[in-house]
Design a protein around this ligand. Structure first.
Ligand code: SF4
Ligand code: SF4
Length: 103
């Protein structure tokens, strides 16, 4: 069973622009995504909100395969800032996995 990491929750959610919790898992983003990303945003955003860091790290290739085209965002009925949330998750992965410092 996946563990909840409170440090991860605090760090990711400390950014005021991170609003993944607004996602209601409707699936519109998956339907319009040119990369057919099924995990991102909805499932990975939920993992981020509840603090399952290992799922974020496990699926980091998916997070980095997003084109940041914002097709999903333009069609999201809940106003989720998808590309900004992805950028924040990438920053977390860069610091945690690759040892890059925050700019
Ligand atoms: S379109 Fe928006 S609300 Fe719907 S699943 Fe995607 S991110 Fe969540
Ligand atoms: S921004 Fe990323 S997740 Fe959204 S539609 Fe484009 S490639 Fe897919």
């Amino acid at each position: 069973m996946a563990a909840v990491d409170t440090k991860f929750v605090d760090e990711v959610n400390s950014s005021k622009s991170f609003n993944a919790a607004a996602c209601m898992n409707c699936g519109v983003c998956t339907a319009v995504c040119p990369m057919e990303l099924d995990l991102l945003p909805r499932r990975l955003f939920r993992y981020a909100v509840i603090g399952v860091e290992e799922k974020i790290l496990e699926h980091r290739e998916t997070i980095f395969s997003c084109l940041m085209c914002r097709m999903c965002e333009q069609n999201c009925p809940a106003g989720v800032r998808i590309s900004e949330n992805v950028r924040i998750l990438r920053g977390y992965i860069n610091r945690t996995v690759f040892g890059l410092s925050r700019k």
